[in-house]
Design a protein around this ligand. Structure first.
Ligand SMILES: Cc1ncc(C[n+]2csc(CCOP(=O)(O)OP(=O)(O)O)c2C)c(N)n1
Length: 706
């Protein structure tokens, strides 16, 4: 399927919107479109001309020129599970989908009662479903809106075909973006996902010719993304004038109908003028006088007025509509300005799931799905010790059987069973909708997972190696802050499994740990198990929970004999933030995790130290109470980790101990980590980088002798 409907296939209309004998498409409520377009326009003008110059709106993004197609689409997204992934110039769409003018203005004024309660930029939107589409939490990163939309579209299919929710059949996802956004990796990643899987996803590109000051041909060769995509497989294209009511209505309807009919992904490109600067702080001095004139001549509002007053209303009706809107906006402005600032005492709320107050949309809790909490008591069915990777596989298996909303995916995760074998046979058992390979895009893997979580599923993606999560950084960061940014409107709990760390050999790519990045990221829980038993308990808690989790699988421990323990049972679950004392001692506290636990035990045995070795098991949260109790007893502490010592998690631990147990210390808090270079390929060199038993032992001896 490579359906291309070009501009010449569209109704022949002139650019100024005269009808040439055409009727306005009766499927739309044109009066409402006119009213909302006027509302949006006058709101922009009020902000641009008054509230922004007075410093009351700090950062204004005008949608002047973009209104028409957005409003048409808002009226088409009425199926029960439709969703839109918008961008900052989508306020007209938001007003069409049910955002009230008071909410819109309160958001731009950063007052209480705005869509994020003062937390996010006034046009970085999210909106639980009202009368139209669900609006997925937007982020200000250009291009980041696309892969979650692809994930949402895949989730629609999953809910219909796997969960049997036939009433959701025909629902679609729509992702909006500008002509600059088509140069982003997120756009291409989502395009690949949507077209390879033939998902119900419509891309809407509002091409105003500029990305701030940079012109279209710098973003896509020739400046027309639809023309360039004509040979893209499994993508239907519509392309035309987003200021012409006759043409834009046809384009929007045909594109939506195509996707809704289950015929796969589509892209609608509409050309529109950007009638203001990029934002209130952009004078648009880079536009020539002719360009400004050309843009002004393409204003969609006069075209809409002409079209409506030709057929549906009189000039007097239009003027009355304008007056009605102005009156409403004057009231809205006064009320918004009377609104208080958001409550600063609540600014730290909504980082984590609160069972008494779950997010309204996203994750299992919002869907009313509860899973058994699990049990911290070990009940090994057999005493046989199994490897950590077998245990992870078994836990995924048990959880897939328990929870039909759980999906496991990533590169080579399907038939091959993962390059680390953690998902072997799972696709055979649960089918390729639940356990599957993905295209090679980590942004796509995590962004898709976010969209699936927002659609009420529990995605557990695998990143093949920790280092290869780098391209997903934006999606990971945005996933962690969703709940906070949307003031608990949305949450996107996902469990990202990622193996890393040195094994018998190392290199700069496959041996990265760098867990500090995730411990530092807002909203993520971070597990770093060292052995079979903990891996089972922590993974199960993660998969049954409602917060995003990074589950770090240390490569050295996946089949290490030290890490092998009996499988602790199908219900075994461990709380996060609860360390394990692997060896009790009185003279020295050693705080560590992952592969370093075994080395610390060996080093302590070799030097005969009476060391208390604490395996933290999780870094976010980390068990400060157990560490402090031990430090108060031993008065000496060594923190050992594989990651770089400089700025590593050991610094956080050391600072906390310094603050909470300073008077109990008899020696300086000592850290041992890597010396600030990547793990080398040569084993000989690697021994000089990754903490070894010898170096740990030496550090222990120094501390004991202090
Ligand atoms: C990842 C990222 N890079 C840079 C920016 C800064 N920025 C904000 S909007 C923008 C231009 C986007 O243009 P386009 O996608 O064409 O949308 P338009 O603003 O024209 O509607 C840029 C560069 C950003 N927000 N995110």
């Amino acid at each position: 399927m490579n359906k291309t409907l070009q501009r010449t296939d569209m109704p022949t209309t002139t650019a100024n919107g005269t009808s040439a004998g055409k009727q306005l498409n009766p499927a739309f409520d044109w009066r409402l479109i006119a009213r909302t377009a006027l509302l949006s326009r006058r709101l922009d003008e009020m902000e641009e001309q008054d509230l922004a110059p007075r410093g009351l709106v700090k950062y204004q993004f005008s949608a002047r020129g973009h209104e028409l197609t957005q409003l048409l689409l808002s009226q088409l997204l009425t199926a029960p599970f439709d969703a839109a992934s918008v961008y900052y110039r989508c306020r007209p769409f938001m007003l069409g989908a049910g955002l009230t003018p008071l909410e819109a203005l309160s958001s731009d004024l950063a007052r209480a009662g705005g869509i994020s309660d003062g937390r996010d930029v006034g046009v970085v939107f999210n909106m639980p479903r009202r009368n139209g589409a669900l609006v997925l939490p937007n982020a200000a990163d250009v291009g980041s809106q696309y892969t979650p939309a692809a994930g949402y579209a895949q989730a629609i299919r999953y809910r219909v075909e796997v969960l049997g929710q036939q009433d959701l059949d025909g629902s679609i996802a729509v992702a909006f973006g500008g002509d600059g956004s088509v140069a982003s990796s997120g756009f291409w990643s989502a395009l690949n996902i949507a077209t390879t899987l033939e998902l119900p996803l419509l891309f809407v590109i509002e091409d105003n010719g500029y990305a701030i000051s940079v012109r279209g041909p710098m973003q896509t060769p020739g400046g027309d993304i639809a023309a360039n995509l004509r040979s893209f497989k499994n993508l239907a294209l519509w392309d035309g004038d987003g200021t012409n009511p006759y043409q834009a209505a046809e384009l929007a309807m045909q594109a939506v109908d195509h996707v809704r009919a289950g015929r796969g992904a589509a892209l609608l490109r509409v050309t529109v003028p950007r009638l203001s600067g990029h934002s209130s702080v952009d004078s648009a001095a880079y536009k020539t006088a002719e360009e400004r004139q050309r843009d002004a001549a393409r204003d969609p509002l006069p075209a809409l007025r002409r079209a409506l007053t030709t057929s549906l209303m009189t000039e007097a009706d239009w003027q009355a509509l304008e007056e009605e809107v102005m009156e409403e906006l004057a009231e809205v402005r006064d009320e918004a300005l009377r609104r208080p600032e958001a409550d600063v005492t609540c600014v730290t709320h909504h980082v984590w799931h609160d069972p008494r107050n779950p997010a309204r949309t996203g994750g299992l809790a919002a869907e009313g799905v509860t899973l058994p909490p699990g049990d911290p008591v070990r009940r090994p069915p057999t005493p046989a010790r199994i490897t950590m990777v077998e245990a992870i596989r078994k836990t995924l298996d048990v959880e897939l059987a328990l929870n039909d909303r759980l999906l496991v995916f990533g590169e080579d995760v399907g038939l091959k069973g993962g390059v680390h074998t953690a998902t072997q046979d799972l696709q055979l058992r649960y089918g390729d909708q639940r356990v599957f390979d993905t295209s090679l895009s980590e942004e796509g893997i995590v962004g898709r997972a976010v969209g699936m979580a927002l659609a009420g599923l529990m995605p557990a993606p695998e990143i093949q190696f920790r280092k290869y999560a780098d391209p997903a950084t934006e999606q990971i960061n945005n996933c962690g802050t969703v709940r906070w940014r949307t003031a608990n409107n949305f949450a996107a709990p996902i469990v990202v499994r990622m193996p890393g760390g040195y094994r018998k050999i190392g290199d700069p790519w496959h041996s990265v740990t760098d867990e500090i990045v995730y411990a530092h990221a807002v909203g993520w829980r971070v597990a770093v198990p060292s052995n079979t038993e903990d891996a089972v308990g922590l993974l199960r808690t993660a998969l049954r929970g409602n917060d995003p989790v990074i589950f770090f699988e240390h490569r050295a421990m996946l089949d290490a004999s030290w890490a092998r323990r009996p499988y602790p049972g199908d219900d075994y679950a461990l709380p996060f933030g609860s360390a394990r004392i692997t060896a009790g001692g009185d003279d020295l506290t050693v705080v560590t995790w992952g592969a370093m636990v075994e080395l610390c035990e060996t080093a302590a045995q070799q030097c005969g130290a009476d060391a208390e070795i604490i395996d933290l098991r999780t870094l976010a949260p980390w068990d400060t109470a157990t560490v402090m109790e031990s430090v108060r007893k031993t008065s000496r502490v060594l923190v050992v980790h594989e990651d770089n010592e400089f700025g590593g998690f050991g610094a956080e631990i050391a600072a906390t101990i310094g603050q909470q147990a300073f008077l109990d210390l008899d020696a300086p808090i000592t850290r041992l980590g890597s010396p600030g270079v990547p793990v080398p390929f040569s084993q000989h060199l690697m021994a000089g980088v990754v903490p070894s038993v010898d170096r740990i032992r030496a550090a222990m001896e120094d501390l004991l002798a202090f």
